[in-house]
Ligand binder design. Structure first.
Ligand code: AKG
Length: 424
């Protein structure tokens, strides 16, 4: 088989020779698969990339069964390592041999993302280095294609003077005009207080210790995401990446599901077209997967008041159209919910109100309320109307502090991108 010009670039990010390429697996992996992992490594270094790809597929398929055969928390790390090796061989095989597919880099990128999503880290994060090579290749091809076919843009939205509201990177920053969701009217005595740049000590004394919600302003203005993030920018840095997307308006609905798709597909189908069905990129791993986005954010300084290490902070991405809903639920850590693009309506209830919020009684959903808080069925949930709450419209540049286990309901009013930090 002829070689693809990408092969030398991929080779450059791999260990220099077979001896330096570990291909070692832990004891949980069957001997036959452990043998395939070594064989594929030899094929790769001998330049037999067709065999490398074939073995990669076998390893991926076999370990896939192991990854899906039990609860995720019981899956052995050894099998996740095997899966990553399978992905590496398949990706290298796809791109190393000419003529396997028209744009083998696209499929190779998808395979590498699967390794980042489900596999374990191998060879000092080699999958991310392979992704960088593939991305550079796809971007130069896309550049070529775009010169022939101009890219799809956001639908035109004009103000009442007929001026375009959606040109350039400001497109997703004029959400009031394009909102398809109604903004509720809030009463002054239930709104969450707003404080500008409090000192660490003031935040600790007035909000963290007494566990009181507060909106912090002026704290993330310097993060690059505040200037850079727009739908176009996300397409540019992450469009070709595969991510899990939640489909359906809320995870408590029977028809709610998850699907893997590229960020471009998500944006085309759920952000630009704004169909009746909601798609939500609500992702715990997005920032580990897409480094360019991680570099645009920081950590709120107040996280240092927690007892855990920085590495223990979980950073989540929440990207979706107007109308995404996270039903009323509680989480076991403190949360800073930072709003980067668009606005969100948020309602909060303290832990002491739990009884009036009627949590589901299944183990999986016992942190989620059965009440649809914007349209409560008071016949079924009569005590709900007594529950005291606070609420707010969270705007770009603001961070909402949600104390541990406080119940929160979130509905986006615009195309919205938020980042939450769970810390203890
Ligand atoms: O923004 C959302 O939709 C949900 C955020 C949330 O639940 C969280 O950060 O814990």
């Amino acid at each position: 088989m002829m070689q693809n010009p990408l092969w030398p670039q991929l080779k450059a990010v791999l260990p220099a020779n077979r001896e330096e390429f570990p291909a070692d697996l832990g004891p949980d992996v069957d001997e036959a698969i452990a043998h395939c992992v070594k064989e594929a490594a030899s094929s790769m270094y001998n330049g037999d990339l067709a065999q490398c790809m074939h073995l990669g597929k076998v390893i991926m398929d076999y370990s896939w069964e192991k990854l899906n055969g039990c609860n995720w928390r019981d899956v052995s790390r050894d099998w996740r390592t095997a899966y990553s090796y399978g992905c590496l061989y398949k990706a290298v095989g796809l791109c190393g041999s000419a003529g396997v597919a028209q744009r083998p880099e696209d499929e190779a990128l998808r395979v590498c993302d699967m390794a980042l999503l489900l596999g374990a880290e191998i060879i000092n994060n080699v999958m991310s280095r392979i992704i960088s090579v593939l991305k550079t290749a796809t971007q130069s091809e896309e550049f070529q294609e775009k010169s022939d076919h101009p890219p799809r843009r956001l639908k035109r939205h004009r103000d009442n003077q007929g001026k375009d509201l959606d040109t350039g990177p400001e497109a997703s920053r004029i959400p009031e005009k394009i909102s398809r969701s109604l903004s509720p009217v809030l009463s002054a005595n239930t709104t969450v207080p707003i404080v500008r740049c409090p000192s660490l000590e003031l935040f600790r004394q007035n909000y963290l210790i007494p566990q009181k919600p507060v909106i912090l302003e002026g704290v993330i203005d310097h993060w690059p995401c505040m200037k850079k993030w727009s739908v176009e920018y996300i397409q540019q840095v992450a469009g070709c990446r595969t991510v899990p997307v939640e489909l359906g308006s809320r995870y408590t609905d029977a028809e709610w599901s998850q699907r893997l798709m590229t960020v471009n597909e998500f944006i085309d189908k759920y952000i630009l077209d704004q169909p009746d069905r909601i798609g939500y990129l609500a992702q715990h791993q997005l920032f580990n997967q897409i480094n360019e986005l991680k570099e645009d954010i920081g950590l709120p300084d107040y996280c240092c008041l927690g007892e855990g290490d920085e590495d223990d902070i979980t950073i989540n991405a929440w990207f979706g159209p107007a109308g995404t809903v996270s039903p009323l639920h509680q989480d076991p850590q403190q949360n800073f919910l930072a709003q980067i693009v668009g606005r969100k309506f948020i309602r909060l209830y303290s832990v002491s109100e739990t009884k009036s919020l009627y949590p589901f009684d299944t183990t999986l959903l016992n942190n989620t309320s059965q009440v649809d808080i914007e349209n409560p069925d008071l016949g079924r949930f009569p005590e709900f109307k007594q529950a005291a709450y606070q609420e707010c419209i969270l705007r770009p540049g603001q961070i909402l502090f949600i104390p541990v286990k406080w119940w929160h309901y979130v509905r986006s009013l615009d195309i919205s991108f938020s980042v939450s930090f769970w810390w203890s």
